[in-house]
Design a protein around this ligand. Structure first.
Ligand SMILES: N[C@@H](CCC(=O)N[C@@H](CS)C(=O)NCC(=O)O)C(=O)O
Length: 154
């Protein structure tokens, strides 16, 4: 059984891999990483001394050490865990068409949904709210991929 060690912060998308680990039921270790610091580019993000970037040079969460080797990006983590623990039936890895469908939906979450949520939850990363006039004009109803992201899956 591989040694699993998740670097995570509550309230972040690291919960995706955390849920997968819980579904698998295998033992794993968690290290809580300081979330965001002073925002993207903060050299102290992570462990407060910048050392988190030794694990993940992009600086974002989560990172999963598998037998000591760091792996990043939730989609990669989910597919790797699904193959390491096939009995957990995390993803339809035995059927290429169903696997493609799962990859398509996960890719949509990562490339469209998550960046939109980041801008909603952390506007300070994208504008200087202290400056007069730094108001964000929000389109209602949402358009483009934001509209697709706001629809409930059928
Ligand atoms: N595509 C990445 C997204 C990772 C990501 O953006 N994580 C956020 C937390 S939800 C983060 O660590 N942000 C810190 C930063 O942007 O500096 C994945 O799915 O793993």
């Amino acid at each position: 059984m591989p040694d699993l060690h998740l670097f995570h912060s509550p309230g972040t998308c690291g919960r995706v891999t955390l849920v997968a680990l819980e579904m698998i039921g295998a033992p794993y270790q968690v290290t809580i990483v300081r979330h965001y610091g002073d925002g993207p580019g903060d050299p102290n993000f992570g462990f407060g001394d910048g050392s988190y970037r030794a694990l993940n040079p992009t600086g974002v969460l989560p990172t999963l050490l598998i037998d000591g080797k760091p792996l990043t990006e939730n989609i990669a983590l989910l597919f790797t865990l699904a193959r390491l623990f096939p009995a957990a039936d995390l993803l339809p890895i035995r059927d290429p068409i169903s696997e493609g469908e799962a990859l398509s939906r996960l890719s949509f979450c990562v490339s469209h949904l998550h960046p939109i949520l980041t801008r909603i939850n952390r506007p300070q990363f994208f504008c200087d709210a202290s400056q007069e006039g730094a108001l964000i004009s929000v389109s209602d109803p949402p358009r483009g991929s934001a509209a697709a992201a706001s629809r409930r899956p059928s």
